[in-house]
Design a protein around this ligand. Structure first.
Ligand SMILES: [Zn+2]
Length: 302
């Protein structure tokens, strides 16, 4: 890359105390991006390389996509699913989640529940929703060097079960694509194209089924109020979102994710936190600090 291009990129980056605070909060542990939901503009983007130029399995964030597909397809959502979490069927909670229904399975991020839903869905059905949302390919951020996210139809039963919980090779998204995805839940349907320049919002894609979305959206508030995202729960504003921890293939380390928005009732910003090494709860903690800082500044000024 020539020096001129680097200069142009640097000039396009968000400035200001809030963006600097986001950079401080994440340090060298990963990346944070914050979208203004009125315009799609990025108010902070701490590490372009990580946010735009690489893709990763979304981990448990993908469970709400699997949930949406299951609702759309009219699959029965069991109320009394027993998650054993034993040695042969290990879940994200080692001792198991006990008896879970759909809501609790999402807020507690039960792998076995969502994999059981996936058994009644085809590989094509699972891959169709993220494709329809235009998450395969580039979301079109206005910077050079954006990597293409990957959404492939899983080619075996085991790949399908991995896909349903956001693991494996078949679904790999850039953090900025994850931000576009959560913007669509925040706005109750429309995924906004993330960008650094000023201007009118651009819609990247829309969720196809409003009924299914209306069922999932409140559950993302539960994730933060009482589930795996509770480290993002702050006193000043209601945060909603989803955690994820994705296994780095062939390794024992995990990447941590949190995608969310606030406020739940009247969303102003969406946030993605990606931790290069870590878990969803750690990413949620950083997101909580980002939301806190944003709303403190936004409302101190008025
Ligand atoms: Zn479980």
């Amino acid at each position: 890359m020539s020096g001129l291009i680097i200069l142009a990129l640097a000039a396009a980056l968000p400035e200001g105390a809030f963006a600097e605070r986001c950079a401080e909060l994440i340090g060298s542990r990963g990346a944070v991006a914050v979208m203004d939901l009125a315009t799609g503009r990025l108010l902070a983007a701490t590490d372009q390389e990580t946010l735009f130029a690489k893709h990763y399995p979304p981990g448990s964030v993908a469970k709400f996509l699997t949930g949406l597909v299951a609702i759309e397809k009219g699959i029965e959502l069991p109320d009394g699913f027993p998650c054993p979490g034993d040695e042969t069927l290990r879940c994200s909670l080692r001792g198991g989640h006990g008896i879970v229904d759909f809501s609790r399975a999402l807020s507690q991020s039960c792998n076995l529940y969502f994999q059981s839903l996936a058994k009644d869905l085809s590989a094509e059905d699972l891959a169709a929703l993220p494709r329809r949302l235009k998450l395969d390919g580039r979301v079109g951020v206005d910077l050079p060097g954006e990597a293409e996210s990957i959404v492939q139809t899983p080619s075996s039963d085991s790949a399908k079960l991995a896909f349903a919980i956001g693991q494996g090779y078949s679904i790999q998204l850039t953090p900025v694509a994850m931000l576009a995805l959560i913007s669509g839940i925040a706005t109750q349907g429309e995924l906004l194209r993330p960008r650094l320049s000023e201007g009118q919002p651009e819609v990247l894609s829309s969720f196809p089924n409003q009924k299914a979305l209306a069922k999932i959206r409140p559950l993302l508030r539960d994730v933060v109020r009482s589930g795996t995202g509770k480290h993002a729960d702050i006193t000043t504003v209601q945060v909603a979102g989803k955690t994820g921890s994705s296994t780095v293939l062939g390794n024992w380390v995990t990447h941590g994710w949190f995608v969310g928005f606030a406020s739940y009732e009247a969303p102003e910003i969406a946030v993605v936190v990606f931790l290069d090494r870590g878990e969803g709860k750690d990413a949620a903690h950083i997101a909580g600090l980002v939301f806190s800082d944003y709303f403190r500044r936004a409302y101190a000024e008025h």
